[in-house]
Design a protein around this ligand. Structure first.
Ligand code: SF4
Ligand code: MG
Length: 328
């Protein structure tokens, strides 16, 4: 049986804080063991909330989260500790998420101590091994986070996540605070570690370019809802939802024919506390029609394993295809 995370929230939305009503709404997804699963969307779309719910760092007001066939809401404290060890998270800003008063050794050693994985010299050896694993040096053990570059700090965050010997790592925008050249290094590191330790990865990102080559499947979120669900290859080849299409055109393409892509996505994300009626994307959608304001599109099956929530995805797709064949 694989890792199986399912979340279902009926009608009213959720959440821990009354100010984030609708942060994640009626989301249901399951993640397969050993895959890299991406959750993408602009900030404010509920991606991080979803990540924290998966780890039960916040509690859903309704619904369920299933891991390896069991509801995590039914776990006793001991089982919950085990789950927190198996599911680790890496945050966007490695500086904010690392205690500045703790040495690298203490930061990485804490989960080892907390979960009783190793003691004394064995623990010190394990910390040195983790530092090497993420491309740092055992000699870094007595240094403090501020002595490192952004990329190195993220490596420390990765080492800490690995220290608990996890099965699944959630990266919440793990590279978006880093320079582009450093981003690739961290992505490569995560991919290597995934292979080496048989990890499952969940990558939360606003930038489709980041997940393009690393993820197997993608959920595109808009205002707390999944609007498209697809394998990564199919999503890039043939995006079905207008929001996904807009996100894709925002990626700069080094192509002579496509020098200045038209910005399809205008305006800010509306407030999640009062999402637009009907289709939540209607205020920004270039294909919106009157019914879009009235009726909420459900997530429907659109071919093999794909899902899309748009009243007009078929028409939009056909129009796109005929425009393509009509051009010389
Ligand atoms: Fe656009 Fe309407 Fe589809 Fe929503 S349902 S994405 S507004 S066309
Ligand atoms: Mg976020």
């Amino acid at each position: 049986e694989g890792i199986d995370l399912v979340k279902r929230f009926g009608g009213g939305g959720l959440l821990a804080s009354p100010t984030i009503v609708h942060a994640v709404d009626s989301v249901s997804l399951s993640i397969r063991r050993g895959e890299t699963f991406a959750i993408v969307g602009e900030s404010g779309c509920g991606k991080s909330t979803l990540g924290r719910l998966l780890l039960r760092l916040i509690e859903p007001t309704a619904g369920d989260i299933r891991y390896e066939g069991r509801s995590i809401l039914s776990l006793d404290p001991k089982e919950m500790r085990q789950l927190r060890r198996e599911l680790q998270i890496i945050f966007q800003d490695p500086f904010a998420s690392l205690n500045p008063r703790m040495t690298v050794g203490d930061i990485i050693g804490e989960p080892i101590w907390l979960h009783g994985l190793a003691k004394g010299s064995e623990r010190r050896e394990r910390i040195a091994e983790l530092l090497r694993t993420v491309g740092l040096l055992p000699a870094h053990v007595d240094r403090y986070p501020h002595e490192f570059s952004g990329g190195q700090r993220q490596r420390i965050g990765v080492a800490r996540a690995l220290a608990g010997e996890p099965k699944l790592i959630i990266g919440d925008e793990p590279v978006s605070a880093l320079d582009v050249s450093i981003q690739a290094q961290i992505i490569n590191l995560l991919e290597d570690l995934k292979e080496r330790f048989g990890l499952t990865l969940v990558i939360i990102a606003h930038d489709l370019a980041v997940i393009r080559h690393m993820s197997d499947r993608v959920a595109v979120m808009y205002l707390g809802e999944i609007v498209e669900f697809s394998t990564t290859d199919e999503l890039f080849d043939n995006p079905l939802h207008p929001y996904t299409q807009a996100l894709l055109t925002a990626i700069p393409v080094p192509s002579p024919v496509n020098r200045s892509p038209k910005p399809l996505l205008q305006g800010d994300v509306p407030s999640p506390t009062a999402p637009p009626s009907g289709c939540r994307f209607h205020t920004r959608c270039p294909h919106a029609r009157p019914i879009c304001k009235e009726q909420h599109p459900s997530l429907e099956t659109a071919g093999d394993g794909r899902k899309v929530a748009c009243h007009f995805w078929r028409e939009i797709q056909n129009a796109g295809a005929s425009a393509l064949s009509a051009s010389p």
